[in-house]
Write a protein that binds this ligand. Structure first.
Ligand SMILES: Cc1cc2nc3c(=O)[nH]c(=O)nc-3n(C[C@H](O)[C@H](O)[C@H](O)COP(=O)(O)OP(=O)(O)OC[C@H]3O[C@@H](n4cnc5c(N)ncnc54)[C@H](O)[C@@H]3O)c2cc1C
Length: 458
């Protein structure tokens, strides 16, 4: 059995080596491990082949080869999907890390972004023209993965989600065809790409709307744990009336000494004096332990978060998600109680506030289904595998996820759902779930792109 599989992958690799401009790696080959590296160390899958693609033709060839040889397919962009969707056991990985170009047209306020570019690549390229893209809080995530699943971030209030700023995409479909999608071409597909994840094909390039960078103020404010209750209460009240120009996610996490802290991460894009006044209000949530907010670029802000992620080391991770219509006293109490009994300092809770422009888009405008104002909660538990089997951390994340259920909407952020969370996915897509399932059957009837956000079974 194993021999037969090895023969199939060796034949497939030989065929690909003839046509691909990039490398083709089998287990044991140089670069194989590099092609299997993902953010979450807990993901232990052994693909049969990694196909390093440098251009859309490579992607076409890889999709066709995987199908011809019956190999499960997956797509690796930034490698930051916690559930490890980029890798499948005994499968063929389409690695896009060689496709990271970003070309900015400052007059059209648009960027053409290759399918493997990272959010940081886009922030830097746009920033060079004093422009901004709607990204998340982490520069290392893949731009395509972020955008296709939604894309929460500090510019949601003024610019919408990353998906709302997708102007079009080039994609290789399950049958190997290359098509261009946009408001006037393959409109169903374009609709599905704005929230439906990597379910429909391999996106080789995205056209992304850019926005004027006004007076940017970014940075963080931290508060001590003794004030957690008051800070979260004031934060919730403040967020309810926050101006569109302000992104203010809050993190409940460990400080440098391992004790819990509350950290708000501000990004203001608007008129400077007004921004300073707004940020002064945030400073008054409590008595700040530290406050560093001032003029800086979006890329600077991403670098700060990426440094925090890097400092957590090579952990194993579990993530759960909830969508809260408001950060009520009950929900805040549940978070505080969970942090007090957390499994280790690597247990954190992040709340992203969806408001403003992102809520003024009709829910059926794209596949992303939840357009009412809400807090997207990420429950993140990390552990060091050499010291811990992760059971307590998984339980901690699950228990907090359960405790938040009474305060939550039925769905969650589809991009952070695990492979078995189909019911949560159905609820997340709401009225869009049926159309999305129908389009999945139409564009990928054989479920070639099964390693993607779990769509509701239609
Ligand atoms: C530390 C961290 C911070 C994060 N911060 C945010 C945030 O601020 N906001 C937010 O909204 N999300 C955030 N996320 C979630 C993140 O956006 C998703 O996990 C996203 O899918 C990651 O994309 P990737 O390319 O890095 O992942 P990968 O693991 O490379 O890919 C995951 C899947 O995405 C799909 N995919 C990726 N690229 C393509 C492509 N070119 N064509 C087709 N399908 C593709 C495929 O299904 C693929 O298997 C964060 C995740 C982490 C781990």
């Amino acid at each position: 059995m194993l021999d037969a599989m090895n023969r199939i992958s060796a034949t497939c690799a030989d065929e690909l080596r003839v046509v691909l401009s990039g490398r083709v790696a089998l287990p044991g080959d140089q670069f194989y491990d590099e092609g299997c590296r993902v953010w979450n160390g807990a993901v232990r899958r052994r693909p049969a082949i990694v196909a390093f693609c440098n251009q859309p033709e490579d992607v076409q060839a890889a999709v066709c080869a995987a199908r011809r040889h019956g190999l499960p397919l997956s797509v690796r962009g930034g490698g930051h999907d916690w559930a490890g969707r980029a890798l499948r056991d005994n499968g063929l990985v389409i690695d896009l890390t060689g496709m990271r170009e970003v070309a900015v047209d400052p007059h059209a306020r648009m960027a053409i972004v290759a399918g493997g570019a990272l959010a940081n690549d886009v922030a830097v390229a746009a920033g060079a023209h004093n422009l901004l893209a709607a990204l998340g809080n982490c520069g290392m995530v893949g731009m395509a993965g972020l955008t296709l699943g939604g894309g929460y971030g500090p510019l949601n209030g003024s610019c919408g989600l990353a998906a709302d700023n997708l102007l079009g995409a080039d994609i290789v479909l399950a049958d190997g065809r290359r098509v261009t999608t946009g408001p006037d071409a393959e409109r169903d597909l374009f609709w599905a790409l704005r929230g439906g994840g990597g379910n429909f094909g391999v996106v080789t390039s995205l056209r992304v709307r850019l926005h004027e960078a006004r007076d940017l103020l970014t940075g963080t404010i931290t508060y001590g744990w003794n004030e957690a209750d008051a800070v979260l209460r004031r934060y919730a009240a403040f967020a309810a009336t926050a101006p569109d120009e302000l992104g203010l996610p809050v993190a409940v996490m460990s400080g440098l000494d391992g004790e819990p802290i509350i950290m708000v991460a501000a990004l203001w894009n608007g008129e400077r004096c007004r921004g300073e006044r707004v940020i002064d209000n945030a400073l008054a949530f409590g008595t700040p332990q530290s406050a560093h907010v001032g003029p800086a670029t979006y890329a600077d802000m991403l670098a700060q978060f990426d440094a925090w992620v890097a400092a957590a080391g090579r952990c194993h991770w579990e993530i759960r998600t909830r969508s809260l219509p408001a950060l009520t006293v009950g929900a805040a109490d549940a978070v505080i109680a969970a942090m007090t009994s957390r499994a280790s300092p690597n247990c954190s809770v992040f709340c992203h506030h969806l408001h403003g422009a992102a809520t003024r888009i009709a829910p059926d405008c794209g596949a992303f289904g939840l357009r009412r104002e809400h807090f997207m909660v990420e429950i993140v538990a990390g552990w060091q595998p050499e010291r811990d089997d992760g059971a307590a951390h998984r339980r901690w994340a699950h228990d907090l996820w359960q405790s938040l259920a009474p305060f939550a909407l039925p769905g969650g952020y589809a991009n952070l759902l695990g492979p078995d969370d189909r019911e949560q996915a159905r609820a997340a897509y709401g009225g869009n779930a049926a159309r999305l399932s129908m389009l999945k059957r139409r564009f990928d009837p054989d479920r070639v792109f099964a390693s993607a956000i779990p769509l509701p079974e239609g």
